[in-house]
Design a protein around this ligand. Sequence first.
Ligand SMILES: Nc1ncnc2c1ncn2[C@@H]1O[C@H](COP(=O)(O)OP(=O)(O)OP(=O)(O)O)[C@@H](O)[C@H]1O
Length: 278
Amino acid sequence: MENKYIIEIENLSHSYSKKIIYKDLNLKIKKGSIFGILGKNGVGKSTLINILMGYIKPKNGLCKIFNEPSHNLSVKAKKEIALLHEGFISYDFMSIKEYEKFFSSFYTNWDEKIFYELIDLMGFAYEQKLSTLSFGQKSQVVLGSLFAQNAKLLILDDYSMGLDAGYRRLFIDYLKEYIKEKEITVLITSHVMEDLVDLIDDFIIVQKGGEIYQNKINNFIKEFRCYEFNNEKIEKRLIHRVEEYKNNKKLYSFYDIKNLKELETTFEDKFLGFVGKY
Ligand SMILES: Nc1ncnc2c1ncn2[C@@H]1O[C@H](COP(=O)(O)OP(=O)(O)OP(=O)(O)O)[C@@H](O)[C@H]1O
């Protein structure tokens, strides 16, 4: 029977010397899903991607992509993964055209139309050297090359780095259309919550010390509420977090608390209410 999961993580534990990053994480990501890995700076999102790609050996546990162990992915499997890594290497000495040609040679399903579609949207000349592009513009060229790979798994680790609001929007809009047309699974990390709201289906929030929260985004938005709080007597088990700022208190909870006034919140408010701002 065909495996419906593209990524399987079993009993994963990892730490850097005494700092625990993951403890006994079990996670399965379904084919076709758009999955978010969320969390504050430094909790371990990139570490998880590095483990999945086989770049870091975890202290314990097993990760599989396309049914193959991460630490031993076949060339065929690697070709089906398009990875945007934080701090990608750019090929400054190449022109856009040379860059496209160079990368096309590695990927069997490469579609140059897709690459140039994005380049055209940005209005770059194909002969322009990457060294003459700004960091954000270079990021767009790299993102174009990821789409052109026509991979089965797209991993985007902090795609928004260096992109201004317009380029970010362009990228997210393009990604949404791309996903609709392809049979692709996407694993995405981002600090821009607004981009994720109508993009991802399921997500995890990674917290310090390896605590993991997992839910469907729609359920989280429905279930996790924010209330005005004036020290009313509330059962402890109903409280997720109380936040105080200049004598204003907010209470976050997964429960419907009738005697408190619910406040309107965005996904970002809820995320911050869940993890805490600082
Ligand atoms: N090779 C390493 N040796 C020691 N500590 C490391 C190493 N790599 C990462 N860390 C630490 O592990 C933690 C997780 O790092 P990681 O880069 O995975 O976080 P992240 O969630 O991706 O952060 P960000 O959102 O800032 O990109 C950080 O505290 C980092 O300093």
